[in-house]
Design a protein around this ligand. Structure first.
Ligand code: UT7
Length: 329
């Protein structure tokens, strides 16, 4: 029994913000942001749009494209670090109700920017075990809700967005299409390099003592950068070794969009042309767990993904987590 991505959908909120607009808020410039990250734009949710409001749009599109009804879903997994509420209820439960997915269990998955990669592997295993036939995997982030607009080290990097995939049991007509293999790893020794320092059970909010900046995302950029370049190449090498394929057989590498320099460094180490890597960080910035499925959705809409194509994803981020999926489209 094999699992495949039956369909994919995405939703990008309407509020576009250029680097020039950001440089009116913090001491930065279009030149610095483009040269250090490759980012030119990002999109932000409206104040009254929560995470699940983005997720629902992506989910509806994926479900429609899969030609199934919400009642066919047996599980909803939402990869996110920016839920509607702290801890609970999960975005997945809110989504379950909004979709009318009456037969589905639902939970959120916390693996930060690697969330979609992890969630795809969880879905794959539930399908391959024969337990479920249709699972909705969503990656949705309202990064603007955890960004510190006084910290130029981080606020220039992120955007909001959501994407969803229906993962289903493969049928005979699907031929070789499948989620073939996933590689999941973590390095908790770097947990403090990327976090929201306060508001959890380690440092609960104390209205008198909590520092405002500790309620927003903190990142030791250099440390995460160095981790990311190594993690990226490890993911690709491990998957190719384990699956007995050469990188020349892979049609596209779809990386987490955190920094174009990380992708360029990995391309150099792997001796692969940049054309093999799908890049859209310039338009959407870093939407955390959502970058990889937003990219897959865009590739699909452009007609780039042909049946039989071999696609490798590579994610890395808070945790620190990293991992990738090998997918036969
Ligand atoms: O999605 C989760 C995973 N995240 C990542 O993978 C991100 C990994 N890290 C990075 O992508 C990069 O480290 C950053 C883009 C965050 C930063 O780039 P960098 O080349 O590592 O810059 P830096 O932190 O070493 O800072 C260089 C200089 C500093 O000034 P001084 O100390 O040299 O005078 C910073 O203060 O750039 C300054 N700087 C800025 N200047 C203008 C930092 N942010 C900005 C800014 N505008 N927005």
């Amino acid at each position: 029994m094999k699992a495949l991505i039956r369909s994919i959908g995405a939703y990008i909120p309407k509020n576009k913000m250029t680097n020039d607009a950001i440089s009116k808020i913090v001491d930065t410039s279009d030149e610095w942001i483009v040269s250090h990250t490759g980012i030119k734009n990002r999109y932000f949710a409206a104040d009254d749009q929560a995470n699940s409001d983005l997720a629902i749009e992506a989910a509806k599109q994926a479900i429609e494209r899969a030609k199934i009804s919400p009642e066919d879903l047996e599980l909803i997994i939402v990869a996110t670090a920016t839920g509607d509420y702290k801890g609970f209820p999960s975005v997945a439960c809110i989504l379950q109700e909004k979709l009318g997915a009456l037969n589905a269990g639902a939970f959120d998955l916390a693996a930060a920017c690697t969330g979609f990669v992890y969630a795809l592997e969880v879905a794959k295993n539930f399908i391959e075990s024969g337990h479920f036939q249709n699972i909705l995997v969503v990656a949705s982030e309202k990064m603007s809700s955890i960004m510190n607009w006084e910290d130029r080290n981080t606020c220039v990097l992120f955007g909001d967005g959501a994407a969803a995939a229906v993962v289903s049991r493969a049928q005979e007509a699907d031929d070789d299409s499948a989620i073939i293999y996933s590689f999941l790893r973590s390095d908790g020794s770097g947990a403090d390099a990327l976090s929201i320092p306060a508001g959890g059970s380690r440092n609960p909010i104390d209205l008198e003592r909590t520092k405002k900046e500790d309620l927003y995302v903190y990142m030791d950029g250099r440390r995460v950068y160095n981790f990311a370049v190594k993690a990226f190449t490890d993911i690709i090498k491990h998957i190719c070794d384990k699956c007995g394929i050469s990188l020349d057989e892979v049609d596209y590498i779809v990386p987490h969009q955190a920094n174009i320099r990380i992708i360029e460094a990995a391309a150099k180490r792997l001796k692969q042309p940049m054309e093999k890597f799908y890049i859209n960080i310039d338009e959407y910035a870093n939407t955390s767990a959502a970058t990889i499925p937003i990219a897959l959705n865009e590739m699909q809409e452009k007609g780039m993904l042909k049946k039989g194509n071999l696609v490798l994803t590579a994610g890395f981020g808070g945790g620190l987590t990293y991992g990738g999926n090998l997918i036969r489209w």
